[in-house]
Design a binder for this molecule. Structure first.
Ligand code: ZN
Length: 271
């Protein structure tokens, strides 16, 4: 599998399509796949938004967006198509497939958000050598953007700090998270975010692992750190609750398919 970006498409040959409709991904329950063969799909036209995202043994893989198209489920060669939320797919796919469907979501977002030049407002062209959107006004090349974020898991003796984000479902706790600021190192972000969100100071910041997070285009960098000083005081906006939990008695945490889930579990295994 080679990751590439391309716009050209030959409808007369078989391609593989990852199909998005209103932010949901089409999945065939019989074949257990989101990679749909274009020969088995029936379209009125090929005017939908599309971008090639990879090539596998000469077969091109595209992500396409049918949100504004008429697509008749009964007319398709696949008999058991359902629409799945990307977050649900994350819990059932292998790491390789997750990477591919995540890439599809990110590049679809790139295609939709890079239509006009940010300098002059003209419609941008696709440069196939650079695999990026291009405008002649300032020789601007716009590549897909990734936003780096940190996850911070604070340790204190036999306890870890877990928090509830205002957007979390009831009862779910996770590590702290935040976007890296312009000019900041990831370790500086860990210190700043921890202080902003729960008023604690930390040290011994150690890198754990990373994960592409396609909602829509983050790269999560996970760190562990040690409690240094301070009393927990949540910011009340992003974080509504934070407390120390014994490693032996943790609340509901994210699944192992997510980096935050693996980061939290690494502390249990580390003991
Ligand atoms: Zn321009």
């Amino acid at each position: 599998m080679h990751f590439k970006r391309f716009l050209d498409i030959k409808p007369e040959i078989s391609n593989l399509f990852i199909v998005f409709i209103n932010n949901k991904v089409l999945y065939d329950l019989n074949e257990k796949t989101f990679l749909l063969n274009s020969s088995y799909l029936n379209f009125n036209n090929f005017n939908f938004k599309k971008i090639g995202i990879a090539e596998d043994n000469g077969i091109k893989i595209y992500v396409i967006d049918l949100s504004n198209e008429s697509f008749n489920f009964a007319d398709q060669g696949y008999q058991s198509l359902v629409e799945y939320d990307l977050r649900y797919l994350m819990t059932i796919l292998s790491e390789e497939n997750l990477s591919l469907v995540g890439r599809a979501n990110q590049l679809l977002h790139y295609l939709k958000s890079s239509k006009h030049c940010g300098y002059c407002g003209s419609i941008m062209e696709f440069d196939s050598d650079e695999e990026a959107m291009f405008c002649t006004c300032n020789n601007v090349m716009v590549y897909p953007r990734i936003s780096p974020c940190v996850l911070a898991l604070i340790k204190k003796d036999n306890q870890i700090l877990l928090a509830r984000n205002a957007l979390f479902p009831e009862g779910l706790y996770s590590a702290l998270a935040g976007f890296i600021e312009i000019s900041e190192t990831a370790e500086e972000t860990v210190k700043r975010e921890v202080f902003e969100e729960v008023s604690l100071k930390v040290n011994n910041i150690n890198y754990y692992s990373s994960q592409a997070w396609p909602f829509p285009s983050q790269l999560m960098l996970a760190y562990t750190c040690d409690y240094k000083s301070g009393e927990i005081k949540v910011d009340g906006k992003e974080i509504i609750e934070a407390k120390w939990f014994d490693i032996d008695n943790l609340p509901n945490t994210p699944p192992n398919s997510t980096l935050s889930g693996r980061l939290i579990n690494s502390c249990i295994l580390d003991r």
